[in-house]
Design a binder for this molecule. Structure first.
Ligand SMILES: [Zn+2]
Length: 176
C-alpha cells in the first residue's frame, strides 16, 4: 500500500455523522510527497469529518515540529508548528479546488487529505525562522563567511592565472 493511501477518505464509506480522524506524521509522510520542501518532521494530526446535508466538513488540527534549515546558519533546526485546516467537500461532476471548497468527482468520491495537511503545516512555519538567541552553529557561521571570502579571492587568483602559467613555463625551460 502506498504510504499516502492512509490519508485518503472514502466519502461514500462514511457511516457515522461524525468520523474521528487521527494520524501521526513522520519523515515518511514528507518523503512520500512530491516536491516537499520539508523532509523531516514529527507531528500529530487530529480532527474529524462531518457528514452534513449536501456536503462534508473536514476539520483537522496539527501539532508538532518540522526540521528546516535556519535562515542564519543554515543548520537544521526544530521549528514548532501548530496548524488548523478546514475544508468543505462536495460531490460534483469532476474534481476541483476553490480555496477551502473542494469538489470531488461523484464517480470517484475519495478525498486525499495529505497535500492539504502538508500545505497547512508549511503555511504555519514563520517566514523568518532562526535558532533562538545563541543557538546558531558558530562553526557553521565561520565556514559560511570564510567560504564567501574564499570565493572572492578565488576570482582574483583566476585573473592572474595566465601570467603565473607563463612564468612557470619559463622557469621549467631555464631548468632544462
Ligand atoms: Zn541558526
Amino acid at each position: 500500500m502506498c504510504y499516502l493511501e492512509r490519508f485518503k477518505i472514502d466519502l461514500k464509506a462514511l457511516t457515522e455523522d461524525v468520523t474521528p480522524l487521527e494520524w501521526e506524521l513522520d519523515d515518511d509522510f514528507f518523503k512520500s510527497l512530491e516536491d516537499s520542501q520539508v523532509q523531516v518532521g514529527s507531528l500529530h494530526v487530529s480532527g474529524s469529518i462531518r457528514k452534513a446535508v449536501g456536503f462534508y466538513e473536514l476539520q483537522l488540527h496539527t501539532v508538532g515540529t518540522v526540521r528546516i534549515p535556519c535562515d542564519r546558519c543554515l543548520e537544521l533546526m526544530d521549528q514548532p508548528v501548530e496548524a488548523d485546516l478546514r475544508l468543505v467537500v462536495k460531490l460534483g461532476a469532476e474534481y476541483t479546488e476553490d480555496d477551502d471548497l473542494i469538489t470531488v468527482a461523484e464517480t470517484e468520491p475519495v478525498l486525499s487529505t495529505a497535500w492539504f495537511i502538508y500545505e497547512s503545516i508549511v503555511l504555519a512555519v514563520p517566514i523568518q525562522h532562526v535558532h533562538q538567541l545563541g543557538g546558531c552553529n558558530d562553526a557553521m557561521m565561520r565556514v559560511l563567511s570564510e567560504h564567501s571570502a574564499a570565493r572572492s579571492s578565488d576570482a582574483d587568483a583566476q585573473e592572474i592565472d595566465p601570467r603565473w602559467d607563463a612564468l612557470r613555463k619559463l622557469k621549467v625551460k631555464s631548468e632544462e
